[in-house]
Design a protein around this ligand. Structure first.
Ligand code: FES
Length: 143
């Protein structure tokens, strides 16, 4: 198997589970209502570039969601919770086509959510994403 690239994070960040993806610069970049998470792309500068990610938490959301712009310009939405016991947050690894746990063990998943390596053996939960004009609509009904 090809070597998996780790995001450059300090051991302290890994031990404390501090993800590289910071909270949104614009708290109004997303909203939640009736099972749907809506991301306003005009306010979510984090998603302007491939490999970018938006952390959606709070605001009534039933789960933490990480929205990632993949290396081909498409969008994916993951439950932002590693499937390993620590349940830490995730980060995209730009240019690698992977999503990685921020913890010391760094379980790494493909963009399809399947485990590539690490102790988180179960796949990530992905939510359906629809692009409508300048907005992403993410269906969390099964969250
Ligand atoms: S919590 Fe993700 S590898 Fe342990």
């Amino acid at each position: 198997m090809a070597k998996v690239k780790k995001l450059p994070r300090s051991i302290f960040q890994r031990i404390l589970g501090i993800p590289a993806t910071k909270p949104p610069r614009d708290p109004a970049s997303f909203s939640y209502s009736a099972g749907k998470l809506t991301v306003d792309l005009s306010r979510a500068a984090e998603l302007d570039v491939p490999g970018g990610a938006l952390r959606c938490e709070g605001g009534g959301l039933p789960v933490r969601v990480l929205v990632v712009r993949d290396d081909k310009g498409g969008f994916k939405a993951y439950r932002n919770r590693c499937t390993h016991i620590g349940r830490r947050r995730l980060d995209p690894v730009p240019g690698e086509g992977t999503v990685q746990c921020c913890s010391v063990n760094s379980t790494t998943f493909g963009m399809d959510g399947k485990t590539i390596c690490g102790p988180g053996k179960h796949p990530l939960t992905l939510y359906p994403v629809t692009k409508e004009g300048g907005k992403l609509i993410i269906d969390l009904h099964n969250a």
